[in-house]
Ligand binder design. Structure first.
Ligand SMILES: [Ca+2]
Length: 467
C-alpha cells in the first residue's frame, strides 16, 4: 500500500495525468479487480517516472539516451533527482573537479553503450585468474583524478541508499580518502579502487577509500597508499592509517591487496611515527574479505611503530583471510621486515597465520612472497592469486555460526556462493567449492615467475587461525 500512498501524493501534487488521476476514483470503489489493474498501471507508471541519464566519453548530447549521451558526469548528476540514475559508458574520464554524489541517484558504469539493463553490462575475466569477478566489466568506466584531487565525494549522510556501481576509481589524491570519501547510505559496489594516494605531512588516512558510515561491497582495492611524512625543522609526530581503506562503516566481500600505510622522515630529528593498517584501518565492520600482501612501514624516525601489516582492527572482523602482509621498520642503525597478519580486537572465523609454509596446502593459488610487489611479475601474481580453499584444507567447515549476525550467515562468500551450507561455515573468506580446484593455473602456464620470498627465513610462527 506504500505505492498507493505515493500515487496519491503524486496526484495531489498534480504531477500525474488526468488518466492516472482517474484511477483514484476507481481505487475508492474498492473493486478488487480494478485494484489489481491499478497496481499494474502504477508499476508501469513508476518505471517510467525514473529518469536515466546517459554519459559517454566526449558525448555532446543532452543525456536523454545512449545516442544523445552527454559528456559530463557531474552535469547529469546535478540534473537528477532522487530515484533517477546516471549510466556511464566505458572509457577513461579525466576528473577535473571532484565528483559529488547526490542523494538517491544511483550511478552505474561499465556499459558498452547500448544496453537497456544494468545486468546486460558485459563482464570478462580481465586478469586471467580463471574467474569473472564482480568488478570485471569489459568496458571499464575509469574515473581518473589525475593525481590532483579526490575522485568521488559524499558531502554528508544521505537519507536514501545511494550506490555507485561498476566504476574504477584511480589516481585520486587527498589528505583523507584520496579515491573516495563516503558516508552513511553511500555505497560503492562492484568497483575497482586502485592507485590512489592519501598524503599529508602529519597524517594520511584511507589511501583508497575513507568510509565514514557507508558500505563498500564486492570491490577490489589495490595499490593505494596512505602516506605521511615529517619535513622541516619543527618536530612533530606522524601517523598513517589505512593504505587501502579507513573504515568506520562496513566493508564486505572485497579484495584488499598491495596497499601500504607508509611514513618517511625527510629531515631527521626526534620525530616519531606510527603506521597503522597497510590494507585496512578498521573501527567498523569487515566481512568476508581477502586482505593480502599489504604493508605498514616507517622509515627514519627516532621512534617508530607499525600496527597491522594487513589490518589494524578496533572494530569487528568476520570470516576473512589475512595473509602475506608485512611490517617494515628502517632506521639509520637497523632495519626489520616481518610478516604480520595479526589481528587484534573482535574477530570471528579469520585465517591470519604468520607462517607461509602451509599456504600451498590450503589455498588454490597463494602468493609466493610477503608484502607489496616491487616487480611487474609480482603484480601479476597478486592479481591472479586465488585464496579459495583446496580439497583437504584444514579450514573447511570448521567455523562457528555462534555470534554471527544474520546478514553474514545469509550472505555469500567471496566467490558468490552461499556463506553457510548445511549449517556449516569455513574459516576465511571462502567456502570450499569442489569445482574451484579444477582450475589449474601454474606459474609456467601463465608466464608468472616466482621470486624468492625476501623474508621467509626470519619469522616466528603463529600457525593457527585467530578464532
Ligand atoms: Ca578475474
Amino acid at each position: 500500500m506504500k505505492q498507493f500512498g505515493k500515487l496519491n501524493r503524486a496526484m495531489e501534487a498534480g504531477t500525474i495525468s488526468k488518466n492516472e488521476a482517474s484511477l483514484k476514483s476507481l481505487m475508492s470503489k474498492g473493486n478488487l479487480k480494478l485494484l489489481v489493474l491499478v497496481t499494474c498501471l502504477f508499476m508501469n507508471f513508476a518505471g517510467q517516472a525514473e529518469t536515466i541519464r546517459y554519459v559517454k566519453l566526449n558525448g555532446t548530447g543532452d543525456g536523454s539516451s545512449w545516442a544523445n549521451a552527454a559528456g559530463n558526469i557531474q552535469t547529469m548528476l546535478n540534473a537528477s533527482a532522487s530515484g533517477d540514475q546516471v549510466w556511464i559508458a566505458g572509457g577513461s574520464y579525466l576528473i577535473a573537479t571532484t565528483l559529488e554524489m547526490k542523494n538517491g541517484v544511483n550511478v552505474y558504469g561499465g556499459f558498452q553503450g547500448s544496453e537497456s539493463n544494468i545486468n546486460a553490462r558485459p563482464k570478462s575475466d580481465l586478469d586471467a585468474n580463471g574467474k569473472v569477478e564482480p568488478w570485471e566489466f569489459t568496458n571499464a568506466t575509469i574515473l581518473d583524478g589525475q593525481k590532483a584531487r579526490r575522485v568521488l565525494n559524499q558531502a554528508n549522510a544521505f537519507e536514501a541508499e545511494t550506490t555507485w556501481d561498476g566504476i574504477t576509481i584511480t589516481k585520486g589524491k587527498n589528505e583523507t580518502g584520496a579515491g573516495a570519501y563516503i558516508r552513511a547510505n553511500g555505497k560503492l559496489n562492484n568497483c575497482i579502487v586502485t592507485n590512489n594516494r592519501a598524503e599529508y605531512m602529519r597524517i594520511g588516512r584511507g589511501g583508497g577509500i575513507y568510509n565514514d558510515g557507508g558500505t563498500v561491497s564486492n570491490c577490489t582495492v589495490y595499490e593505494n597508499t596512505a602516506y605521511g611524512y615529517h619535513s622541516g625543522s619543527v618536530v612533530f609526530d606522524v601517523r598513517t592509517e589505512g593504505g587501502g581503506v579507513y573504515n568506520k562503516g562496513t566493508v564486505s566481500n572485497c579484495m584488499v591487496f598491495n596497499n601500504s600505510s607508509n611514513s618517511v622522515n625527510m629531515t631527521g630529528g626526534n620525530a616519531q611515527a606510527a603506521a597503522y593498517g597497510g590494507g585496512i584501518y578498521n573501527v567498523g565492520i569487515i566481512n568476508t574479505c581477502c586482505i593480502y600482501n599489504n604493508k605498514a612501514d616507517v622509515n627514519g624516525y627516532s621512534k617508530q611503530q607499525c600496527f597491522g601489516g594487513g589490518i589494524s582492527n578496533g572494530g569487528t572482523v568476520y570470516y576473512s583471510t589475512i595473509l602475506n602482509n608485512q611490517i617494515v621498520k628502517v632506521s639509520a642503525s637497523s632495519s626489520s621486515r616481518e610478516i604480520d597478519n595479526k589481528i587484534y580486537g573482535i574477530n570471528y572465523g579469520v585465517i591470519c597465520i604468520d607462517e607461509n609454509s602451509d599456504l600451498e596446502q590450503n589455498f588454490i593459488r597463494p602468493t609466493s612472497f610477503v608484502g607489496t610487489a616491487y616487480q611487474d611479475a609480482q603484480i601479476t601474481e597478486l592479481l591472479r592469486a586465488d585464496w579459495r580453499l583446496k580439497q583437504g584444507s584444514q579450514y573447511i567447515e570448521v567455523g562457528s555460526l555462534a555470534e554471527l549476525p544474520d546478514w553474514v550467515i545469509n550472505g555469500t562468500d567471496l566467490a558468490g556462493n552461499p556463506r553457510v551450507s548445511n549449517g556449516k561455515i569455513s574459516l576465511g573468506a571462502y567456502e570450499f567449492d569442489p569445482t574451484a580446484s579444477a582450475i589449474k593455473l601454474t606459474p609456467a602456464d601463465n608466464g608468472i615467475k616466482i621470486y624468492p620470498n625476501p623474508v621467509s627465513e626470519s619469522f616466528g610462527s603463529v600457525a593457527k587461525p585467530c578464532v
